[in-house]
Unconditional design. Structure first.
Length: 387
């Protein structure tokens, strides 16, 4: 059993002869017992530095790391009781794979029968049981990565740290192993933190995801909240494939009603969205001050094609691109000078250049402060709570 707490964890690298680099900026988060947490972000965002500070391979510049309430930031790695799978594999060249995998159990002087049984179990899980008698230099990068992962999983340590655990695997095998690994972690109640730049992997494995950018923790939430209630414009644009459509909008008030005047790429008026209910029905802290510019977002799969919706009746768009992906159709749409991407299930029988009806349902719209990027509202119907 293990819980983990990061309290304002900070890492500053000070390369000789160069300016200091702030890699991790006061990151705070809590990980519950048995929880699987993904650190997600682009290259250089600070996720691996965070993981290595937890493991003890990087010294924290500031902040606290607590495991089961015990401060561990000043302890050496051997005293932190964590298992880690390195992105660089770090296998022992003179040892066969079975001894690489079972090394921690050998060091603990476990019975050979127990070691063999557990090595066979985890090797079968990761589909490397047929190469256990080979040496690291004779296998592929993907097989080395699975061996490194097996060596971490076999320990069933209170805290497991996995750095890009499946980055070298082909997509089909990766999809199969995600489900197996998640079941293994849940069955053995292994508190786990893993680093990835792959959104699909993070969403498939994690109970909660910490989205990082430039060393800052942008949002820490379950996958569904990252999609439906992004904390800011960065998360809204980073999470999702294709990413959220974002346009500029100015709030207007006319005749007791509130509207959003959507602007095209040149800043000119494009079309309007009529908001549900009277102006008084929209909480003041939800934004929408007349004359103020906001950012308005809608996920591609929530944009309705061939339909109309309250607030956006009569809108038509020109199809400028069409991609059939086997189970979905991705459409590029030009709507009054604004570009949108729409995603629909199945095959949509439209052609490039065709005009189609589109709708932006109020409940699917997200409103952001244009200056700070902070989310103000998720859904613009009268019943929606402020973000």
């Amino acid at each position: 059993m293990a819980t983990l707490s990061l309290d304002k964890l900070t890492k500053v690298y000070r390369p000789r002869g160069r300016e200091p680099v702030l890699a991790v900026d006061h990151v705070s988060l809590e990980v519950g017992d048995g929880e699987i947490v993904g650190l997600l972000g682009s290259s250089g965002c600070g996720k691996t530095s965070t993981l290595r500070m937890i493991a003890g391979f990087e010294e924290a510049t500031e902040g606290k790391i607590r495991s089961n309430g015990r401060e561990i930031q000043d302890l050496p790695p051997s005293q932190r009781d964590v298992a880690m799978a390195f992105e660089g594999y770090a296998l022992y060249p003179p040892l066969r794979l079975r001894d690489n995998i079972g090394f921690a159990l050998l060091r603990e002087r476990r019975p050979r029968s127990e070691i063999d049984q557990r090595v066979a179990e985890v090797a079968g899980l990761l589909e490397i049981e047929d190469i256990l008698d080979r040496y690291p230099s004779s296998i592929s990068a993907g097989q080395q990565q699975r061996t490194s992962l097996a060596r971490a999983l076999i320990r069933r340590a209170p805290l497991s740290l996995l750095d890009e655990p499946m980055s070298q695997l082909e997509p089909q095998l990766r999809a199969i192993l995600r489900a197996r690994i998640k079941d293994y972690l849940i069955q053995n109640r292994m508190t786990t933190i893993f680093v990835t730049h792959d959104q699909t992997e993070a969403i498939a494995l994690a109970d909660r995801i910490a989205v990082m950018e430039k060393g800052v923790l942008e949002q820490y939430a379950p996958p569904v909240d990252l999609k439906e209630r992004p904390a800011n414009l960065f998360v809204a644009s980073f999470i999702g494939e294709p990413p959220m459509n974002i346009v500029d909008a100015i709030a207007l008030e006319e005749g007791g009603r509130r509207w959003l005047q959507i602007l095209d790429g040149a800043g000119n008026p494009a079309f309007r969205v009529a908001l549900a209910g009277q102006a008084s029905a929209l909480p003041a802290h939800g934004g929408l001050e007349p004359g103020v510019k906001y950012a308005l977002g809608i996920r591609p799969h929530r944009l309705r094609i061939g339909a109309t919706s309250a607030g956006t009746e009569g809108l038509t768009a020109r199809v400028f691109s069409r991609q059939w992906l086997g189970d979905q159709t991705h459409l590029g749409l030009e709507l009054a000078g604004c570009s949108f991407v729409a995603v629909a299930d199945g095959l949509v029988p439209v052609q490039v250049g065709e005009q189609i009806a589109v709708a932006l349902p109020l409940a699917a719209l997200h409103l952001f402060d244009r200056a700070s990027g902070t989310a103000l509202r998720h859904g613009l119907d009268a019943e929606t709570r402020a973000a």
